[in-house]
Design a protein around this ligand. Sequence first.
Ligand code: UT7
Length: 329
Amino acid sequence: MPGMRAVIKGIGSAVPSRIMTNHDFEAILDTSDEWITKRTGVKERHLLGEGETSSTLATTAAKQALENANLKPDDLDLIICATVSPDMPFPAVACLVQDAIGAVGVPAFDLSAACSGFIYALSVGSQFIETGKYKRVMVIGVDALSRFCDYTDRGSCILFGDAAGAVVLEASEDQTKGIEYTVLHTDGSGWDYIHVPGGGTAKPTSQKTLDDGEHYVKMRGRDVYKFAVEKMQWLLGDCMEKCNLSVDDVDLVVPHQVNIRIIESATKKYNFPMDKVYVNIDRYGNTSAASIPLALSEAVAAGKAGPGSTIVMVAFGAGLTWAGAVVKM
Ligand code: UT7
């Protein structure tokens, strides 16, 4: 007898209301709207305002996903939150969300895989459903890297924005729907390509770590770029091959929104027409773990994906991590 499938029952997303445009950067950095637009595709990004945190964004997205799924907080069996920018080192953002939405007693934990985090969490969440352990799992991706950006480093800060996205997975016997395939990879030898050196057990926060700016994101942009193009191409090929899909069979590619040039080089390799590739990087920048669920929620709202659609998701990020998923809506 075939097992259970994990289907996406509801989707939600949230972005802060404060917007920082490329022109705003021109005022504080030696940069230009033209350079940022041409090299990255980003025009503006939403950044946390006062009183907002990763968990407040994640809570808004989670409530929206529950409403969209027509479910109540106590219908959930598990909450998984992918993030590398928690409100505080511990407890997990997932615990704060659990409390804020009133999912009393529901187990909740965070998962750290940077920009690949949402696909990692989708894979973990779907396993709990496929094994029959749980019926409904909330999977959240949230990051607010603006809190870790060095706004004097023009090579990194212009890329990032803050957001959250969430899906509710539900068990279904319908084998034609749900999470069809996930692939996860890591190469820890590239840990220093993108990292925040200070504030952990290696370099606990001190006056020196603060003076040296070690609480900020350090990124080897060029190296990450090369890695990103190669892995995004590989992931697209692997997802299509393992699920026996041609470009025609795929309704929408939802790539990690990191740099329009990376997305275009990866999808061009397989001749994906750009109207089959969801892009919103111009409005949000790189929102890390939130990027894919935010794009998915917009794509569904815009009618670019819906019941019956076959979606391929691909992401890469710090770790180094990379991950892909094929989802039948
Ligand atoms: O989720 C994963 C997170 N990160 C990534 O995926 C990052 C991937 N990497 C990238 O997207 C790109 O490498 C960047 C957008 C970060 C940089 O673009 P690039 O085309 O690779 O530029 P580059 O680092 O090779 O720099 C070229 C020039 C340099 O000047 P010189 O040395 O040629 O005089 C930089 O100093 O562009 C300069 N530059 C800038 N100029 C204006 C770097 N950042 C800026 C800027 N404005 N914001």
